[in-house]
Design a protein. Sequence first.
Length: 83
Amino acid sequence: MTTPTAPESGPGTLIEERTDYRLDEGDHERFSHYADKDKIMEAMVQGTPVRALCGKVWVPSRDPKRFPVCPECKDIYESLPAA
């Protein structure tokens, strides 16, 4: 979620935006989730959160092969049209 700060009056005033990352509670520790490959790589390098197909937000840091695939992510992925 991006929250703009209130602009001050006057020409040339900059508006600062802050991204509010709130990591979801729940099963994100028990499953491997599907997300955009480029975003996952960027998140692993920079330590920023990424959003999975199922909506979970987490910071990738573990080997996804060690966990079962999130059933919700899998269902969404399989329902997408083939590229």
